[in-house]
Design a protein around this ligand. Structure first.
Ligand code: PLP
Length: 417
């Protein structure tokens, strides 16, 4: 069978596909230690709350109503209004229903936005999406209709105390030409757990405004929910920002609900695309979480349960890792948020793909770091082949067992003659 150019592009075995395959394999193969994917942790209090909410939904008939009806292409009206009120109240943003659209997960939103604001403009002009700091989220890399859609900049690396380091945007080398249609960052960042500072975000906002292009901030882990963020960085939105949020890291990846907060012209465009591609976004996530958006439980759960849970786990995993791998070449990105630790093995004698494969053989799944550099043109950049991402949010037993396998393998690799 012959596939079109679209077919050829989207049937490739992309990094994100490998990640989702591994996640599935982890779920279906007993004894695999799954520290690879981005599945949120099963937090008992969160699950109990959601369980009680879903029972309530069945009882009062709202589940059936949600399943038996299409919402509009922008998403469930009552939900959008509740979100607008919540964001205005919690963060003081002048957000109304005209600023919000729902999608079937953020991943769908990125696909719409990357192709809406970059690509072929039909008059000979082509624009790209700029990631001002790579490593950046693996899921962005293949979400474009055209080839050569992304451009990324290497960061500066600041070495901190205690074997930690932190990436910063290298503003001296950041070039934003007329070929850029959108600037995109995840904050907190997947895979590194980095949180761009308020100053960095303000400078990116200034650059975006000067160029007349939007700044997309992927807030999948940020404030006000799920609030998996351990620094006091301020949430950011204005009339030139596209903020993408999601119910996934709140504990509901299966409902596939993404939330876009953006200027009305972008929301109108997203709504029109949504009508063509989906008719309407799914109704289950909005139906299930409408009460918690209206009564503010989502904020309490995020602040009092979700954030402390992840913060404690991150600190614990850092301690275990540093005890298990006492090498001067081993560095961990300062964990400032999200579900991951980003491990840098400086001068690693093998490629991160090989390390990944060796670990997989031993029953440990992680994600090799080289996938997280979409748009970086320097294929020889050693740093991009020396890192892996580890999901620290799984059970203590799994994290400890995974660290043991990792430490044995890494020590053997460095010590090999
Ligand atoms: N953005 C980031 C930075 C992520 O890490 C993830 C998932 O891992 C997503 C977005 C995906 O969100 P969704 O499940 O809403 O598609």
């Amino acid at each position: 069978m012959e596939f079109s150019a679209f077919g050829q592009k989207f049937t490739r075995h992309a990094g994100i596909t490998q990640l989702m395959d591994d996640l599935n394999q982890g779920l279906t193969t007993p004894n695999t230690i799954m520290l690879g994917g981005g599945n949120p942790a099963a937090i008992p209090e969160v699950l109990a709350y959601l369980d009680q909410q879903s029972r309530q939904l069945v009882k009062n008939g709202d589940l059936l109503k949600a399943m038996a009806n299409y919402d509009g292409p922008q998403g469930k009206d009552a939900y959008i209004c509740a979100l607008a009120k919540l964001l205005s109240k919690e963060l003081g943003w002048p957000v109304g229903p005209e600023h919000i659209a729902l999608t079937n997960g953020s991943q769908t939103a990125f696909f719409y936005l990357f192709n809406l604001l970059a690509g072929d403009f039909g008059d000979g002009r082509k624009k790209k999406v700029l990631f001002p700091l790579a490593p950046e989220y693996i899921g962005y890399g293949d979400g474009a209709l055209s080839e050569d859609h992304f451009k990324a900049c290497k960061p500066t690396i600041t070495r901190l105390e205690n074997g930690l380091f932190k990436y910063h945007v290298d503003f001296d080398r950041l070039e934003v030409g007329d070929d850029i249609g959108l600037i995109c960052v995840s904050r907190p960042t997947n895979p590194t757990g980095n949180v761009l500072t308020d100053e960095e975000i303000m400078r990116l906002d200034e650059i975006a405004r000067e160029k007349g292009i939007p700044l997309l901030i992927d807030n999948a882990y940020g404030m006000p929910f799920p609030n998996i963020i351990f620094t006091d960085a301020k949430p950011f939105w204005n009339d030139n920002t596209i903020l993408c949020m999601s119910l996934s890291k709140l504990g509901l990846p299966g409902v596939r609900c993404g939330i876009v907060v953006a200027p009305p012209a972008i929301i109108q465009a997203m709504t029109n695309i949504s009508g063509i591609i989906n008719l309407a976004p799914g109704s289950m996530g909005p139906a299930l979480t409408l009460p918690m958006m209206e009564n503010g439980d989502v904020i309490t759960l995020s602040n009092e349960v979700i954030r402390p849970f992840y913060q404690a786990k991150a600190q614990q995993a850092v301690t275990w890792l540093q005890q298990a791998i006492p090498l001067p070449q081993f560095h961990i990105h300062k964990p400032e948020g999200a579900l991951f630790l980003w491990l840098w093995f400086e001068d690693l004698p093998v490629h991160s793909q090989e390390l990944y494969e060796r670990l997989k053989q031993k029953g440990l799944l992680v994600v090799p770091g080289h996938y997280f550099f979409p748009g970086i043109e320097d294929g020889d950049w050693a740093h991009s082949k020396q890192c892996i991402r580890l999901n620290y949010a799984q059970s203590e037993a799994d994290v400890q067992a995974g660290i043991k396998i990792l430490a044995e393998e890494v020590l053997a690799i460095y010590q090999a003659p």
